[in-house]
Design a protein around this ligand. Structure first.
Ligand SMILES: NC(=O)c1ccc[n+]([C@@H]2O[C@H](COP(=O)([O-])OP(=O)(O)OC[C@H]3O[C@@H](n4cnc5c(N)ncnc54)[C@H](OP(=O)(O)O)[C@@H]3O)[C@@H](O)[C@H]2O)c1
Length: 241
């Protein structure tokens, strides 16, 4: 059935692939973004998916943004919490600003985005919440205490909320991507990628954004109602949790 889907950080990288795949699956999609207007406009003209700018680390901005999306497209049935940032540095050099920015954007956003839609989902007895965590939330990563803590938090959030919403027809799942072929990873020097990263990945290649998007479409389906509280690792075999 066609549903209304809202994807945070849905105009670039993995989020853009998710927005496009949900649209191709017949859903009405809204793509949120944070600040890159040029990328959002390009995405909008290429896909005809409406874009909405607000900061997912602000509860008030999320509540207001979701109100606008719901007024224009209808109640949100599928929420994909994908927006995320990195502020990498060794912990002994990490500033409070670097810690807070990552925690608020990558973990706080799950509260900020999900809280305004959950009562409507409960009342309608249907909802799909899909959180995009990371392999580094499962295994930890040097220079990413802030990011790994936030992404591990996304997994705990998923499991607890899945328990609370199971009887209301709402599923909550989390996807943990490994290295995915986005601008962020393309910026890594070629020799570092070939010598230090690819050897860690048993399938011998980066994942593609479309491979994450495919899993989101699967979890978002009406037919996926028995899948809840699950953690789906999509990392080419790099880490088997
Ligand atoms: N790429 C990977 O290899 C990889 C691996 C594991 C997990 N992940 C996770 O997958 C998700 C997507 O990653 P990506 O590589 O596709 O990232 P990306 O290319 O950097 O895109 C990030 C998206 O999030 C949006 N965003 C960032 N901060 C925001 C904020 N405060 N409010 C609203 N939107 C915000 C950005 O908006 P603007 O365009 O306006 O900046 C952009 O649309 C993230 O949660 C990331 O942690 C990625």
């Amino acid at each position: 059935m066609a549903r209304v889907a809202l994807v945070t950080g849905g105009t670039r990288g993995i989020g853009a692939a998710i927005s496009k795949a949900l649209k191709a699956a017949g859903h009405k999609v809204a793509a949120n973004y944070g600040g890159n207007d040029a990328a959002a406009e390009k995405f909008k003209s290429e896909t005809e998916i409406p874009v909405y700018k607000w900061d997912v680390s602000s509860f008030d901005a999320c509540a207001e943004g979701i109100k606008k999306v719901e007024a224009e497209l209808g109640p949100v049935d599928i929420l994909v919490n994908n927006a995320g940032i990195t502020r990498d540095t060794a912990f002994h050099k990490m500033t409070l600003e670097q810690w807070s920015a990552v925690i608020n954007t990558n973990l706080g956003s799950l509260f900020n985005m999900t809280r305004p839609v959950i009562e409507g989902m409960r009342a309608r007895k249907f909802g799909r919440i899909i959180n995009i965590s990371s392999i580094n939330g499962q295994k930890g990563q040097f220079g990413q205490v802030n990011y790994s803590a936030a992404k591990a938090g996304d997994i705990g959030f998923t499991k607890a909320l899945a328990l609370e919403t199971a009887k209301a027809g709402i599923t909550v799942n989390v996807i943990c991507p490994g290295y995915i072929n986005t601008e962020m990873v393309q910026a890594v020097p070629k020799d570092v990628l070939e010598k230090a990263i690819l050897p860690l990945i048993p399938v011998g290649r980066l994942g593609e954004p479309e491979e994450i998007a495919r899993a989101v479409v699967f979890l978002a389906a009406d037919e996926a109602g028995a899948i809840t509280g699950s953690t789906l690792s999509i990392n080419g075999g790099q880490y088997m949790a």
